[in-house]
Write a protein that binds this ligand. Sequence first.
Ligand code: ADP
Ligand code: ZN
Ligand code: ZN
Length: 724
Amino acid sequence: MSALTKVGVEVPLAIGRPLDYRAPASWKLAEAMAVEVTVGTRAYVGLVTQVGKLESAEDVLHAQKLKDVRRIVSQALPPALVALAQFVASYYQVPLGVAAALITPNDAAPAATPIAWQLTPLGDKATALLTARQTKARELRALLKDALRVEQKSALSPNQRRTLGEWIEKTWVEPIFEQSQDTLVFPQFPKFTQEQTNAIAALRETQNRFVVSLLLGVTGSGKTEVYLDAIAATISAGKQVLLLVPEINLTPQLIDRITAALPNVVTAVLHSKLTPTERNRAWHDVHQGRARLIVGTRLAVFAPAMQLGLIVIDEEHDGSYKQNESPRYHARDVAIVRAKALGIAVILASATPSLESWRQARAGRYRLLRLNERATNAPPPRMRLVPGRGRHVKLGLSDQLADGIRERLARGEQSLVLVNRRGFAPSLYCPHCAWSAPCKRCDAKLTLHQSIRSLRCHHCGFQSSVPSKCPACGHPELIGSGVGTQKLEQALIEQFPDARIARADTDALSGKYAWQQLYEKILAREIDIVVGTQMLAKGHDFPALTLVGVVDSDRAIFSTDFRAQEDLFALLTQVAGRAGRHALPGEVVIQTEFPNHPTYQAILRGNYGEFADATLASRDEFGLPPLTRMALVRGEAKDAQAVADFFAHAHATLRSALAKDDGEVFAPQPAPLARRADFTRWTMQVIAPKVAPLASALATLRESIEATKTKVRWTIDVDPYDFG
Ligand code: ADP
Ligand code: ZN
Ligand code: ZN
């Protein structure tokens, strides 16, 4: 019997310890390798964290009973990447196996496919002896002398293909693989503005050491050009660069711009919509160093780049950098941990940085680089606040906004209407008794979907038809409340029957390429008015778009989420930045009942720094992040008593684990959505001034919960963004 090794493998399940497997000693398994193993009947890729010597006879006997490692998926992952997974596990309170899944490939490296074939010196000599009658073979020789490309290969005759196979076997012919270019053609930039020049010089100065630069530039100030220069400089120094973007689907223009600017740089694109095969190929392209630029969404922060020299985070304030399922990491924070360990630079770009980053810049821990002017000389858009209710508002559309749209239509320009739907959807109610359609399984109202005449629960998926009269009082007419995108689209169609109107929200754009198609239609000026949700606010650049209207943003003013004002400021600044980016001047009309509210006033003044300082001061006053750290414990179960017991235990445990001076554990309370799909849901908040005591208290809590058998589905969310 051949020698065996026993290995401990961390698999992506909530187990909390490595599972033992065996493998032939000849495989030479080592720590940090990725291997495929089975748990039950399912196969997983896991990370080897222990390699055991089989010393005693007992050990050997025990190893006989273990399951086999199926195969090796990757040689040892770099220690820096394993350390990053360990950081995620300990900071975000997840088992190491779950965090390890962020860094492992899902399969072994695909065999590289040749892009061409050529004669070896031996093959050249041998085929020189072909006779004049061997025309087909001589033709093949001629092609191979030059390098036979993949498309030429498919045009060969069957006989020639057979001959090629024989020549490859005899080593007369060898494959050529794609190679990444060593020399970089530096991008063609427009003439930089003075502010851009200064920022570029500052960034060039800090290559190769850990410095976080916060590139704060108003929309249209040309931030992309600035960080492109840093990207190009890093790649030409032989390093790889990681560029994180909020959502790939919503930023096709940015990716085109970057790949066009760096035409001979092999780029890997990483996001969650890739097929497993695509994802795996990208993983190995990055790992083997073929890909020099990695562009991706939050998960790309774990890309296995071995020669990483720079991390750029575009729109660093964007909420999509936080993962709202386990492991609940924040890609910006992970990126900074990674960069610090590697001693490399980070660039955070935004027109409205997160208060987390602003605070660091204020304290001098991040370097602040500002671009206050638009690069194109386009003046900033003119902003107006107008009433959103009353006599001059029809179906949610104010006369002022409608007039603006009419002017644009007359001039052949485009308008964008943003419906802020975050945390809100139109519901159905009775004007007589105020009944409104509830979900049978949640503490939520059903959302009215006008186009399909149905009511749907956005939390659990429950559906029902629209009743013809009020189920409570029998009143014959029910009314849809609030302004949804569909209702507003309806209003626009009624007022502008000849306009070409498109709707952009997740309902209307469910297909994979739907947004891309709409995007191109807007660019081609085949659309006059586009109405939709925050997906319209991202960094798009539509030259003929000169009017932006905002409808129904007031709900953010009353939100209980402590980040609501910050989000509103960012959203409205972003969407306003879509107006009049080039030759044509832009205008923004915001419908509100509260024009004097400080957030709206700050948006009008367009002064991020002033807004951020004031908001930060009030956060500090209430002891909220980013001054402090927050964690949220969530628990839900069908059995309400089980939830109560769980939180009683969790509350007591956390209280005794966290010293009084180290933070405050708040009493558990029902979640804002206290019942969802028949589950009773509670949350418990903890706030602490310092990271370390909080992390250790949360670890104690986690161990204690894991040790009890609870029916409750629970999570610990560190630095939570979603309180629903
Ligand atoms: P931001 O990301 O800061 O909102 P962008 O990088 O998208 O701004 O730039 C806005 C527009 O200005 C783009 O069309 C870009 O090509 C253009 N631009 C950038 N820098 C310059 C410059 N120095 N001169 C002229 N146009 C520029
Ligand atoms: Zn009624
Ligand atoms: Zn529901």
